[in-house]
Ligand binder design. Structure first.
Ligand code: BTN
Length: 234
């Protein structure tokens, strides 16, 4: 059984594991009731008041070929948790989870290298459970409570981890193909016109599907483009 550490408050659970990755074992999980400096993708802030679930998982994979797929497996695990509670989540590629078009969960994965050598991957997850006020995260947000579901953050953590560890060995072996079907079934943008922003660049096109590696296939005026990273807007 991997260690699960609980903290009342921390700056960021991702930062906590990042600074201690060399002394903590593979599969260590840390969760906190509050974060004072929670971080989101693209250097955004992740406001982390009491009532939400904030956790990070420390992974020491043997090879680095499926790193981005670990995040997708986590997003899918969150979908399974929500479906168990009778909600209908969708995935906003690559790793946001939405319910009724509103963001309920986000994931920030970070890799730690020493030179070219991968030391660790930290998969950090925020799930809105029952915060009193939901911070505006650049898009409409929701929580389990706002969707009519009462849940205990610790139980949610255990269930998400259960699904994640169940899928982890297969994902490490096969990569995205291990989860391509269930992920695609929940991929909200499939067949729709979307814009994808990647830092400074925005591309517009039709989301044709996901490649065997989990990258987004976008049909643009210039033909099919393969997108490895970005934020999709419907
Ligand atoms: C995003 O949607 O931009 C990703 C948000 C990730 C937030 C989680 S909360 C736990 C972990 N610690 C952090 O500082 N960030 C992640």
């Amino acid at each position: 059984m991997s260690p699960v550490l609980h903290l009342d408050e921390v700056d960021s659970t991702n930062t906590y594991l990042k600074t201690r990755h060399s002394t903590l074992p593979h599969a260590t999980v840390v969760y906190a009731d509050r974060q004072t400096a929670g971080r989101g993708r693209y250097n955004r802030r992740w406001v982390s008041q009491e009532g939400g679930l904030y956790f990070s998982v420390l992974l020491k994979p043997l090879q680095n070929s499926h790193l981005s797929n670990l995040t997708q497996l986590m997003a899918l695990s969150i979908c399974y948790l929500l479906e168990k509670r009778k909600l209908c989540p969708t995935l906003k590629w690559p790793n946001d989870v939405h319910v009724q078009g509103r963001k309920i969960s986000g994931i920030l994965s970070e890799a730690v290298f020493a030179g070219n050598e991968l030391q660790a991957v930290i998969v950090g997850v925020g799930i809105n459970i029952c915060q009193k006020e939901l911070d505006y995260v650049g898009q409409p947000a929701t929580s389990l409570l706002a969707c009519g579901v009462r849940a205990d953050p610790r139980e949610v953590l255990e269930e998400v981890l259960h699904f994640f560890w169940q899928g982890y060995p297969d994902l490490c072996e096969k990569g995205f193909s291990a989860i391509r079907e269930p992920y695609t079934q929940r991929f909200a943008a499939l067949g729709k016109e979307v814009s994808v922003t990647n830092g400074t660049q925005t591309m517009v096109g039709r989301a044709e599907g996901l490649s065997p590696q989990g990258t987004l296939l976008l049909r643009t005026a210039q033909g099919i483009q393969e997108i490895c990273i970005g934020d999709v807007q419907l």
